[in-house]
Design a protein around this ligand. Sequence first.
Ligand code: PMP
Length: 284
Amino acid sequence: RIAYVNGRYVSIDTPAVAIEDRGYQFADGIYEVCKVVRGRFCDLERHLDRLERSLDAMGMPMPMSRRALALVMEETWRRNALPDAVIYLQVSRGTAPRNHAFGASMRPSLVVTVRAAKFPSGAELEKGVGVISLPDERWANCHIKSISLLPNILAKQQAAKAGCREAWLLDEQGRVTEGSSSNAWIVDGEGRLVTRPLGREILGGITRSVVIELAKRDGIEVVERAFTLEEAKAAREAFLTSTTSLVLPVTAIDGTPVANGHPGSVTRRLAELYAEAEGMATAA
Ligand code: PMP
C-alpha cells in the first residue's frame, strides 16, 4: 500500500511522521474519510467542504488548494489499485517543539492513505444489526492523562493570545475545574486552601497531591471542593500547580487582580515548602 505524506508517495510502512508532529503529540489535527465505489469518489465535494469547516474551526489553513488536494487523493487512490476503497486524509497542525500553544505560521502536515473498502454485506443490510447504549463520555475523562489534548491546547492558545500563562476552565455551573495543563487553587477568607476534589473532571496532579500533604503538615487547612470563578476573583490568594510550573502564584483572573495583585503569603509559603521538598530550594 502506498501513502501520501507531505509531498511524497511512500510505502505505508515507511516511518514518515515526525515525533514532534502535533497530531502525534496532541491529537492536534483533523481528518476526513471518503469512499471510492467502482472507481468513483462519492460525495467528494461534501467531504472537502467538511474538511474546510474542520480546518477553519481549528484555525488551520488548507494544506494545499482544494483542487490539488483532490488530485492528491485521486493519485494516492490510483497508486493503490483498489476500485472500492476508503480514502483517509489527516491534516495535523504541523511539527514544532512540544508546547501546548502554537505559532502563527505553522505549516500543516498532510497524510493520505487508502485501504480496501469493506461495506456491510448483503445479509447485514438485509437483517440489520444490534447496538448497545452508553453515556456519551467523549472529552469527559479528564482524569486520564491522555494525549488527546485538543481542548487543552486551544485553551492554552487563547490564554497566550491574551498575554496570560494559563486558562482556568469552567464546568457548566461556572465552577473552575482546573487549568489547561495545571491544577487550580485559591485561598479563602479563612486562609484555607481550596482545590477541586479528585474526579473525572480534573487530572489528579502529582504536584497537587504533594502540595496537599505539605500544607497539612504545615498546619494549613485544605478543603477539596469546587469553587466558582467569582469566588476565585474575590479570593485572598490564587495559584496553580504542575510538575513544571511548580507552585505558581496567580495574580490576575480575566484581568481582575486577585487581592492586591501580588502573590499572597500562603502561596509563597507553599511555593517555598514545595521547592524544598523537590530539592529546588535556593539557599536563602
Ligand atoms: N491538569 C492537567 C490537565 C495537566 O495537563 C497537568 C500537567 N500535566 C496537571 C493538571 C498537573 O499535573 P502534575 O502536577 O502531575 O504535573
